[in-house]
Design a protein around this ligand. Structure first.
Ligand SMILES: [Zn+2]
Length: 349
């Protein structure tokens, strides 16, 4: 049952939706309605068929961030506590346990092995050490964090992995100096580790500045989108870091024979560090080639989306037929390919 305040909040929204101006634009916008005559575009059902292969191990990687107010005397000061956790699940064991239910909780716990990295990143009005601005502070702390972290004691640091990906970044499009007050406005040139600006002030440049995440720092308020970018980059570098560890010794490729890697969210990278996605794609293809040579098998990497635009869209297509026809429109284990033509309104021909 609704309560008084609820209706009061809803009414202005109805007024907006019914406004002539809104209706006018909705009437003018080009629509794509599946099943709606010849102009309707159907999502492409892919011919990928289930292989029957089941992984024994799943490496799941999931990050989170929490924005925390900082009591440093400046208004709106905040930092973010970023965590990326990975869990190695022995699902072969879990399947075995599942056959003899009830499962003893401790035995179930033994099928998981978890590791995590965390760091606190400066945001609005937070300045560390001798840095002059929050942006410079963020860049420094982000670089230091990624430099220190390694997933496996005999593996490379996250910075080493990142710099391997940086090598794929297309050159040519210059990036402005990460210091907004750089006197010469020298274009930033990514180099491994820390280097120095070419102007007379010779301030530090970090290889991670190429991610441009710091550009999203809001100097007057919360920087949620920036912290989300930082977290997303960590998650993805973490996965590549693990795969590069496998690659270091031929005998480790055995692990991949039975392993699936699951990431939270799409495999893409959005926002300022978007160039990282094609770099990761190239690196995955390279490691996959090696896996084919050694174990004769491809990698399995899956991004899981639990919410967002694609999930909402799928629900809109699938749910009505479940209600009216009693069956879902898409059968379980259907693979759908969403082409660019399907996803984005194109210019009329
Ligand atoms: Zn400079």
């Amino acid at each position: 049952m609704g309560y008084d305040g609820e209706f009061a909040g809803y009414r202005p929204l109805a007024r907006i939706v019914n406004s002539e101006r809104v209706k006018n634009i909705v009437a003018r916008c080009r629509k794509q309605l599946p099943n709606d005559g010849p102009s309707g575009v159907e999502p492409l059902i892919s011919d990928v068929s289930p292989s029957g292969w089941l992984p024994d191990l799943i490496l799941a990687v999931d990050g989170s961030y929490h924005q925390v107010p900082v009591e440093n005397g400046y208004p709106g000061a905040e930092l973010a506590y970023v965590t990326v956790a990975s869990v190695l699940l022995n699902i072969k064991k879990q399947r075995e346990l599942d056959r003899s239910r009830p499962v003893e909780p401790l035995a179930s716990r033994r099928t998981e092995e978890a590791g995590s990295i965390d760091c606190a990143l400066p945001g609005c009005n937070v300045v560390v050490d001798e840095e002059r601005t929050p942006k410079a502070s963020f860049r420094r702390v982000f670089f230091e964090a990624i430099q220190q972290e390694r997933q496996l004691s005999d593996g490379e640091t996250l910075l080493e992995t990142y710099e391997a990906l940086l090598a794929y970044k297309p050159k040519g499009r210059p990036q402005q100096c990460p210091y907004e007050d750089c006197p010469t406005g020298a274009p930033y040139q990514p180099a491994p580790g820390a280097s120095r600006c070419t102007c007379e002030r010779k301030r530090l440049w970090y290889s991670t500045d190429a991610l441009r995440i710091h550009e999203g720092l809001n100097p007057t308020g919360p920087s949620g989108a920036m912290f989300a970018e930082a977290m997303q980059v960590w998650e993805r570098i973490w996965v590549i870091n693990f795969l590069r560890w496998v690659e270091r010794e031929q005998r480790r490729f055995r692990i991949l024979r039975n392993l699936a890697v699951v990431l939270d969210g799409p495999l893409a990278v959005f926002g300022h560090p978007a160039w990282l996605a094609p770099a990761i794609g190239s690196e995955l293809r390279r490691i996959n080639e090696r896996a084919r040579e050694v174990i004769g098998q491809d990698l399995l990497l899956v991004g899981v989306e639990k919410s967002g635009a694609f999930v909402d869209h799928f629900e809109r297509l699938d749910a009505p037929s479940r209600r009216t026809e009693g069956a879902a429109r898409f059968k379980p284990q259907t693979a759908i390919l969403l082409t660019n033509d399907y996803m984005v309104p194109s210019s009329p021909s």
